[in-house]
Write a protein that binds this ligand. Sequence first.
Ligand SMILES: *Cc1c(COP(=O)(O)O)cnc(C)c1O
Length: 375
Amino acid sequence: MIPFNKPYISGKELWNIAQAHANCAMAGDGIFTRQCNEWLEQRTGCHKALLTHSCTAALEMAAILADFQPGDEVIMPSYTFVSTANAFVLRGGVPVFVDIRPDTLNIDETLIEAAITSRTKAIVPVHYAGVSCEMDTIMDIARHHNLLVIEDAAQGVMASYKGKALGSIGHLGTLSFHETKNITSGEGGAILINDPRLAERAEIIREKGTNRSQFFRGQVDKYTWVDIGSSYLPGEIIAAFLWAQMEEAESITAKRLAIWDYYHVTLEELEAAGKLRRPMTPWSCWHNAHMYYILLDSLQSRTALMAKLQEQGVNAVFHYVQLHSSPAGQKYGRVHGKMINTIDAADRLLRLPLWIGLDKEMQNIVVDAIVEILG
Ligand SMILES: *Cc1c(COP(=O)(O)O)cnc(C)c1O
């Protein structure tokens, strides 16, 4: 059996957890959390990084920080995970879905401007598969219309756009450390605050709407309820686990890239023969091998290929069910323009197993099965 995903374990996680235990400080914002925050600040160049218990939590914080009020609109792709939309819907916001580009499957930046109304407050580019959206264009549009940009960089840790880390380009960025992501703590995430004006409020929202962080720094003499908020921070055990992975982020990325590259080379002929399409990475993007996907020529081919792979013990999966036509998407969101590329990707995309430990022999089984059915 070749599973679709196997979370990577560096080996130092339990040691770090033992340290957190020995420190007798298991609530959030201890030594390990601070180390992780600093690592993120150094790696990405963001103004401030704060660990959260998930990327979903980071997106919810972003919607509060953007001051979403009922009826405010947020422009995003429909080809994404539910949390991208839910975070804004929880504040009464309305997701406005636009189509994706056929090459990177990222939001089509040329469609954003026409979707802007007097209620638009933010744009949420989702960096699919760790390949950046066209951020220069998106930031120009946002500046011109005075909108916030919140990058959903859940899949983008260690990836960059024109030398800038994903999540560090917009006003806010969010990362995920879910076990399906490159660097993981099981569940986990972070919010990157790039606009310094949002930093103080971010700390407050994350600490249940209190100014506890300022209190711990001695900036105020008692802490109290000052704003809306929730409990968005992870405990130290999670941060201790995550730290073991952050220390190996370079080698994790390098190992994933080698697996990604092997798929890319071995599938080249099938692409040349017009049997499938491989991922496309624009010159401006440095991806992190979060995902290797192929696009088949139809839903039927994908269904047949998945069945064949399953027969060989290979678990390949697809996503996303496009949000705009889902029950909640129809209830809470609206569509701007045609969704041709979104529907197309949802029908034809297949993700191949990619995890550290997947060796060439196993990759050959996957590729041979693909060749057999398509070749
Ligand atoms: C994984 C993912 C999320 C959610 O991350 P969690 O940490 O599981 O909350 C959000 N957006 C995208 C694009 C994702 O891939």
